[in-house]
Design a protein around this ligand. Structure first.
Ligand code: FAD
Length: 664
C-alpha cells in the first residue's frame, strides 16, 4: 500500500489502524505454519468500520482478510496476496440473550467461552464447543463452521446459526436468516472462511442445560474394538453428546505431560451422555455394558462436575501434550464414514511408517473425524517435508475411503490444492463462479479454499454413473441448454408452480432407486424422485428413521421447496444436474464436512432454480424422530444476493426461470 493510501486509511479510522512492523508481524500468522505480513491491520469497532474498510479496499483493489482470534489451523487469516487484515476482536459484545425464545445475539469477536459463561448464568449453553473455545471467536467459528465434542449429538456450528448480519463484498450490510425463502444465503456464508462476506452479527440458538450429564471413560485393547463399541452404542439408539477417542501415542504423551491416570491401553474412549435423569442413567448402563463386551478392561464413570472434569482433563490437554514434544505440530483433520475409522487408522499407520513420522491420533469417533497430530521441527527441512507429505497422504486416504479433506478445520491455503482430489473440475468451477459472482474483484480473503484451474493432465476424481432415467434427463437438459430453451423441473406435482408456456417439462419421478444404504454409517443415498412417504416406510421397516416429512411429494420436491427449516440438518450431500447438463456431486456421506462452500444447504428451498436434485444423501437415525412442523411452501421473490447465486449456477436463467423474471 502506498503512503497516501495508508494515510487515507488512518484518517478513515483514526486510532484503529496498525502499521508498525511488530504489529504486522503479530498479524502475519494464525495456527497454521504459513507466515505472511499484511500491509495494515484495522481494528474494527462496529459494522460501519467493517463496511468503510471494505469500501476503502474496493476502491484501491486491495485484498482484505477478516480475523477473529487467529486460531484456525488452515491458514485462513494469512494475507497471501497482501492487503489489510480486518480484526473483529473488538466487536465482542453479547447483545441479547433471550432464553424464552432460545437465542442469543452476539458480535463476531465474542469469545465462545464468554458466551458459554454468560449463558450458564441463565441455565443455558451454546452447543458448538471447539477445543479452542477458550480463545476462538463466534465469528471465526461461523466462518470455519467449527465443530467440537458435543457436535455428535447437537450438530456443528451451522446447525446453531439462526441469522447473520454481514458486510458483503460490495460494501452493503445485509441480514440473512435460515428462514429466508428461496436459496439460502445464510448457510452459504457459514463455513465460507470470510471469502464471501464478513459476519458482523450473529443470532445463535441456545439450549437449556441438561438435568444430568454422565461421563464414561474406557480403555480398549485395540482401536478396532473401540470403534466397534462406538458403532454398537449408536446402533443401540444412544446418541451420546460426546464420543471421543485417543490412541496409545496420545495417551502416552498425555500421561508424560499431566498424569491424567488414563489406562495404558491401545485406545481410550470418553463417552458422555446428557438429558433427563432417567434417560441418562439407562444409557450409561448400556454404554458401560457395551464397553465391557467390546473388551474394555477398565471402565470409569462420573456424574459430578469435578469428577467429570478429571476424566476430561487428559483429552483437553492432548494437544498441549503433543505440542511440547517438538517446536511445531502439524494438526491434520480428515473425516471418514464412522465405520471406516479402523481402516483409516491402518492406512495412517502405514503412511507414518513409510515417512518416518509419529502421529498421535485424536478422534471425534462418533463423527468419523480424525486428527493425526504430528510433532516436528520446522528448522529441519527434511523432517518438515516428510510430515507434510505424510499429512497430505493421510487426507487422500480419507477421501479414498469415502470421506472428506476436513471435518472442522477448513481449507484455507493449506488444503486448497487437495480440493482437487475431492471435487471434480465442474464442482470447483461452480465454487469459482459463486465466488466471482459475489466478489468479482476477488478481494475478500483471496487465495483461499478454491484451487486455481487444474493442469490439463490432472486426473479428476471418478464420477458415479447415472441411472438410465437420470441419464435421459441429463441428455434432455443438455439439449435444452444447446437450444437455449427454458425448462420446468417437476416432481410429483404436489407443490407445482404453474410454468409459463414454452418451458420444457423435466420429470424427476422416474428416478426412485436406493443407491447406497450404509447401515453401519447410518446414511442413505436415494434418487430424488422417490416418494418421501414410501422412503419413510421402507426405512422404518428396517429400524431406521429420517427426519423427513411424512407427506406427499418426492424427496427432491420436498428439499427444493424446504417447507421445514430443520431439513437442513440431515442433508449430508446431493448430486445436482446443472442447467448446462453437467453433474456436480456436493457434500458426501460424512456428518462433518467443511471442504468448500455449503451448496447442499444453499440448494434447499431454491425451487429447482439452481439445478435438478438428482440424488440425496441423508443422515439416518436409529430412533423415530419427533413429528415435523411444516409450513406451507413459500415461493420466493429473488433478492440481490440470490440473483448473484443464480448468475453463478444458471447464468442464462433456463431452469424454472419465472422465479427470476424472463429467461435471457
Ligand atoms: C489447539 C486448537 C484446538 C482447536 N480445536 C478445534 C476444534 O475442536 N474444532 C474446530 O472446529 N476447530 C478447532 N480449532 C481451529 C480453530 O480454533 C477454529 O477454526 C475456530 O473456529 C477459529 O476461530 P478464530 O476466532 O480463531 O478465527 P480465525 O482463525 O481468526 O479465522 C478463521 C477464518 O474465519 C475468517 N473469519 C474470522 N472472523 C470472521 C468473520 N467475522 N466473518 C467472516 N470471516 C471471518 C478468517 O478470515 C479465517 O478465514 C482448534 C485450533 C487450535 C489451535
Amino acid at each position: 500500500m502506498n503512503p497516501q493510501d495508508l494515510a487515507a486509511l488512518r484518517r478513515l479510522l483514526p486510532g484503529d489502524v496498525l502499521t508498525a512492523e511488530a504489529d504486522l508481524a503479530a498479524y502475519s500468522y494464525d495456527a497454521a505454519p504459513r507466515r505472511v505480513r499484511p500491509e495494515a491491520v484495522v481494528l474494527a469497532r462496529c459494522a460501519e468500520d467493517v463496511r468503510q474498510t471494505v469500501l476503502f479496499c474496493r476502491q484501491r483493489r486491495l485484498p482484505y482478510i477478516a480475523r477473529g482470534a487467529g486460531t484456525n489451523l488452515s491458514g485462513g487469516c494469512a494475507a497471501v496476496r497482501g492487503g489489510v487484515v480486518l480484526s473483529l476482536a473488538r466487536m465482542n459484545r453479547i447483545l441479547q440473550v433471550d432464553t424464552a425464545a432460545g437465542f442469543a445475539v452476539v458480535e463476531p469477536g465474542a469469545i465462545n467461552l464468554r458466551l458459554q459463561d454468560e449463558l450458564e448464568k441463565t441455565g443455558h449453553y451454546y452447543a458448538p464447543d471447539p477445543a479452542s473455545f477458550r480463545v476462538s471467536t463466534i465469528g471465526g467459528n461461523i466462518a470455519e463452521n467449527a465443530g467440537g465434542p458435543r457436535c455428535l449429538k447437537y450438530g456443528v456450528t451451522t446447525n446453531h446459526v439462526l441469522a447473520l448480519e454481514a458486510v458483503m463484498p460490495d460494501g452493503s450490510i445485509e441480514r440473512f436468516s435460515a428462514e429466508d425463502p428461496g436459496c439460502e444465503i445464510m448457510s452459504l456464508l457459514v463455513g465460507s472462511e470470510g471469502t464471501l462476506g464478513i459476519v458482523t452479527q450473529a443470532r445463535v440458538r441456545i439450549l437449556p442445560l441438561p438435568a444430568l450429564v454422565h461421563t464414561v471413560l474406557a480403555g480398549f485393547p485395540s482401536v478396532e474394538s473401540a470403534v466397534e463399541c462406538v458403532c454398537a452404542i449408536i446402533a443401540a439408539g444412544i446418541v451420546p453428546r460426546a464420543l471421543e477417542a485417543m490412541d496409545r501415542a496420545t495417551v502416552e504423551s498425555v500421561e508424560a505431560y499431566m498424569r491424567a491416570g488414563y489406562p495404558a491401553t491401545e485406545a481410550v474412549l470418553i463417552i458422555e451422555m446428557d438429558g433427563s435423569e432417567e434417560q441418562v442413567v439407562r444409557e450409561a448402563q448400556i454404554v458401560e455394558r457395551l464397553a465391557r463386551e467390546h473388551g474394555a478392561a477398565e471402565v470409569r464413570s462420573a456424574t459430578a462436575a469435578g469428577e467429570r472434569d478429571r476424566l476430561w482433563e487428559g483429552r483437553r490437554g492432548a494437544y498441549a501434550a503433543c505440542a511440547r514434544l517438538a517446536p511445531n505440530v502439524l494438526v491434520e483433520d480428515g473425516v471418514v464414514p464412522r465405520d471406516r475409522l479402523p481402516e483409516v487408522v491402518r492406512r495412517i499407520r502405514e503412511i507414518s511408517a513409510r515417512h518416518g513420522v509419529k502421529p498421535a491420533l485424536l478422534f471425534h469417533a462418533g463423527d468419523g473425524n480424525i486428527h493425526p497430530n504430528m510433532p516436528y521441527d520446522e528448522r529441519d527441512s527434511s523432517q518438515t517435508a516428510r510430515v507434510r507429505a505424510a499429512g497430505q497422504e493421510m487426507l487422500r486416504a480419507c477421501v479414498e475411503l469415502g470421506g472428506s479433506l476436513s471435518g472442522e478445520h477448513g481449507i484455507g491455503t493449506e488444503k486448497r490444492e487437495a480440493m482437487r482430489w475431492l471435487h471434480a473440475p465442474r464442482a470447483l468451477k461452480l465454487f469459482r463462479d459463486l465466488k466471482g459472482s459475489f466478489d468479482p474483484e476477488d478481494l475478500a480473503n483471496p487465495g483461499k479454499i478454491i484451487p486455481d484451474e487444474a493442469p490439463a493432465d490432472f486426473a479428476a476424481p471418478a464420477v458415479r454413473a447415472l441411472s438410465a432415467h437420470g441419464a435421459r434427463l441429463a441428455e434432455k437438459v443438455r439439449q435444452c441448454a444447446r437450444e437455449g430453451r427454458p425448462m420446468a423441473v417437476r416432481g410429483s406435482g404436489s407443490r407445482w408452480q404453474a410454468a409459463p408456456p414454452g418451458c420444457e417439462e423435466l420429470l424427476t419421478t422416474g428416478m426412485s432407486g436406493v443407491l447406497d444404504w450404509d447401515k453401519g454409517n447410518y446414511t442413505i443415498t436415494v434418487e430424488a424422485g422417490i416418494a418421501a412417504r414410501s422412503l419413510a416406510l421402507e426405512l422404518a421397516s428396517q429400524g431406521f428413521h429420517a427426519r423427513l416429512l411424512d407427506g406427499a411429494g418426492t424427496l427432491g420436491g420436498i428439499l427444493a421447496t424446504k417447507p421445514w427449516t430443520g431439513l437442513r440438518d440431515d442433508v449430508l450431500g446431493l448430486r445436482l444436474l446443472l442447467a448446462d447438463g453437467e453433474i456436480v456431486d456436493l457434500g458426501g456421506k460424512v456428518v462433518k464436512n467443511v471442504a468448500g462452500y455449503d451448496i447442499p444447504r444453499l440448494v434447499l428451498g431454491s425451487w429447482g432454480t439452481l439445478g435438478i436434485i438428482m440424488d440425496v444423501t441423508l443422515r439416518l437415525h436409529s430412533l423415530p424422530q419427533a413429528a415435523v412442523r411444516a409450513s406451507a411452501p413459500r415461493p420466493f421473490r429473488a433478492g440481490p444476493w440470490q440473483k448473484q447465486v443464480k448468475a453463478a449456477f444458471d447464468p442464462r436463467n433456463l431452469l424454472n426461470p419465472w422465479f427470476f423474471g424472463e429467461p435471457s
